[in-house]
Ligand binder design. Sequence first.
Ligand code: ATP
Length: 714
Amino acid sequence: MSQSISITDEGLKSVSHKAPLSEVLKAYETQGWLRPLDLAFAKFLQQHYPNTCGSVLLMAVWGSHQLGRGHLCLDLAMLLESPEQLLALPPEGRRHDDLPLPSQLMPASRPQWQLPTLLARLKASPLVEVEENDGVDAFNDPNSQRRNAPLVLSQGRLYLRRYFDYECQVSALIHQRLNTTVTPPQQQRQSLDALFASLKSDAERSGEQVHWQSVAAALASRSGFTVISGGPGTGKTTTVVRLLALLQNQAINSDGGGRLRIKLAAPTGKAAARLSESLAGARDQLPPELIDTIPTEVSTLHRLLGTRHNSRRFKHHSGNPLHLDLLVVDEASMVDLEMMAQLLSALPEHGRLILLGDKDQLASVEAGAVLGDLCQYADGGNYNPQTLAYVQQQTGIDLRDYAGEGTELDQQVVVLRHSHRFDANSGIGRLAKAVNDGNIAAVKQHLSQPSADLGTRVLIDEQDRNLERLCVVGDDNDVRSQKQGLPQGYGNYLSQMHQGLAKLAEQAQSIGDSATGWQSLLEQQDQLIHKLHTAFAQFQLLCAVREGEYGVQGLNRRVAEALRSQGLIEQTQGWYSGRPVIVTRNDYGLKLMNGDVGICLPVFDEQGERRLKVAFLTIDGGIKLVMPSRLSDVETVFAMTVHKSQGSEFAHTAMVLPPADNPVLTRELLYTGITRARHWFTLLMPRPSLVNTMIKRRTFRSSGLGQRLRKPQV
Ligand SMILES: Nc1ncnc2c1ncn2[C@@H]1O[C@H](COP(=O)(O)OP(=O)(O)OP(=O)(O)O)[C@@H](O)[C@H]1O
């Protein structure tokens, strides 16, 4: 920031350090502790409200900083209690040297940093609108001057206006949908029994265990809003496909006789492609007469809502709603608050919404933890007597062990608790569960006794070549299952690439100007591109942090060097054959989305010229070839952060932990990394004890959404 804000409040002018607060904050920005946007926001507020006191402006800076870290609001009590912890300052791996810490800027010994005083100052400020519980507040006063104030204070939480509005909007629209109840037809019980009979184990058939898939379908059939959460392979897609068949059949046989307009979507292209694949498998298991009633197309949320060039707003919104009766959104844990608000606004009034996802995964990259807030009490069920009676009547299932006093929302949230992908002997399944349960002893046991699908490597230091070996050749450890072949490294797709490219080059020599010859070569080239993408997805190295030798760049460098030394790639910089890249920002012009992965290859065009292009796969199974020079926001993806890997799965996933602790190392991060593995998981760690620290540390996001969603409606 060229001009600093001047925060001149009494008591803030000089803190325990000599420099005035404005200079300290500027230094925070220079050191990368704060974003330029955070200070620019405070400066903007000060220009429009010149007499604002310093403590209020400082809260605006912290509020903006927290938003950048995924929190919806600033929790004031937590801020005053443990500022460094809440604000995560100094950031990941930085030292504070001469910079004063936030607790030194807000010394608890001064009266102004007592919660009641701070709240009083905020309430008195024209910058802040207040939402009070008792209803006597600016919100209910049509003459209030503060209705458009840039900050909102609610229940001890300070929001930036836009995010407060999103929170209220999401809550109101979910309530509206929860109020849309549907009375299932008389014969639904028989249909549900028939559709789910083949999915029940003996224990579920006898009533010894709850068959949660039937419960989920029964609950979703009665409401305009349902959440189905479950870990990998717990049968979310299978359940929803059978539910859709049920509802579609009911609609076709109803008096109106019309088909439901059903749409399916996911937050990223990768997640959409994955849903599309498992949807096809689940459809095939339906009775033949029902298969065609289920759509096959899955789109990204952006495509569903219709992006507009250079605009945050979509084509579909409350004034131009989507043309559908029922929407299923997969990987809902990745949907942030802003996107959820836009999605809910774009639904037609009668449109039903079913969210699928894994509540235990990391929250969205952008602000909010919507799925987590929706599923706050999901493990206990908390089903009220009406729900118990309804489920008993519809499925014969007794849910008394999950009875409670849950709110209207809690009645429509179901957790699928049994993984059909990982059997009782699977190391991945057991490790993921132990991590999720916070059971350190069990985690230790699973890691010390590697099983067919689980391996560990302790890295002695940065020179430990175990990492390179794993990334190049995969794992030839005998302990691993031979059932699916052996876990691969990146050498596999690169060897296939060299062979495939050499074959195409040889063929091109002999074609001459035969048009059919070139046609056939281009077809084989497409097949090769598909094959290489499949081979590339056999292995992925995940990292927990961005910075340093164990971060994305450090590991990308190290893996590329190892591949070059084996002659698998020619260079490690710039564009080269075999370079895999990930898109880091949506490019609406090129129709490439954040998270899309491409592979750089020499590609023949129709004129027989061969040039380096980056080959991406589209959701509908096509290929998109892009000149490298047109790609501005991409990075090499031999290593990928766990955050970026959400919504993707790899046959063999290896996760590297850094040697030193840092606040981003959480239980959710470890769980998300492990659950990206389909057949094999390898954990690489310089310091095994760090796993315990990670399991103990939970991700936390300040939000009022959970409370708001559960507030009784008047
Ligand atoms: N009740 C069941 N009994 C046996 N197998 C099942 C059952 N439900 C689902 N499956 C099988 O388990 C596998 C995973 O199911 P599905 O794809 O529906 O799970 P998911 O929760 O959507 O998985 P993902 O983690 O990929 O999102 C599929 O092969 C499916 O056929």
